[in-house]
Design a protein around this ligand. Sequence first.
Ligand code: TXA
Ligand code: MG
Length: 322
Amino acid sequence: MVARAPIRKVSDAAIRDAAAMLRFGHLVAFPTETVYGLGADATNAEAVARIFEAKGRPRFNPLIVHVLRLDRAEALVRFDELALKFAKAFWPGPLTLVLPKADGCRVAELATAGLDTLAIRVPAHEAAASLLAAVDRPVAAPSANRSGHVSPTTAEHVAADLGAHVAMILDAGPATVGLESTIVGFDDGEPVLLRAGGVPVEALSEAAGVKVRIASHELDARPNAPGRLASHYAPKTPLRLNAHAPKRGEAWLGFGPGGPEEDGVSVINLSERGDLVEAAARLFAALRTLDASGAEAIAVAPVPETGLGLAINDRLRRAAVR
Ligand code: TXA
Ligand code: MG
């Protein structure tokens, strides 16, 4: 029999326990007004890696980070006048804003899949707010379903899909909106609808006093084209995959025991002990460091095609195509 996480009705004690688990690096599913989220401490890269492991996502999509209030968001991302207008009009509520990361943003690189932008929202749900206040850290949370399944609107849905992967499921009954948040990004300051959701696009346009353009989904088909909103992080240095040792002039991205000694600049081991969660947690920061090392190429050790290895290899393969 598969172990199931306890469903706990919202109470002060349940919130306190859930917050402690999140701070400890565990996953906690929690209600929001849109759908139930699969939460992890957004500042803890290994906790964020466990989200991808639990969802069984074959790739690292950037996640939405949840905060208690606008002032908490301002510590993580930079708002221009228009973004501030949206935040003031719709937060707390089902609107996610994609904004440039602020200097010193403590959110793990894996949560943004290495991007320089962060998707952020303030949920309008009492239990979510109590949890965020108790955790006192930003919480990364995709919808709490296995990859490819529909988003859950009750604690029972979450238990059926992810019960064996979460420490606790906070239950506050059915989600009221039942639809994910609307996502708005900015293209040269111009607002662009990236995902339709709980806030209608007309309401956005009205609040902003400018028309919100609807993103053409073709943009996503060319993820590495410059200037694309949903563009993926890719190093400038060429990657050589499935390498067994670095050649002269190459940086080394290792996995598993052995290999050159780690020096932190041109040699990094994603996980000496061959742990895919640890490797996923370190992947984006490692790519950035090696990209900046001045090496001609980055030789990458083979990573097994199991569990999180699928998403790691997906990202490495995409970074290697140029
Ligand atoms: O209502 C919601 O938004 C729910 C609740 C739990 O808050 N969350 C949710 O998360 O739907 P998720 O992971 O299922 O969807 C996140 C979406 C993805 O499509 C992702 O590509 C996009 O947000 N996204 C995240 N960060 C982004 C970024 N920096 N740039 C562009 N898109 C981003
Ligand atoms: Mg989802």
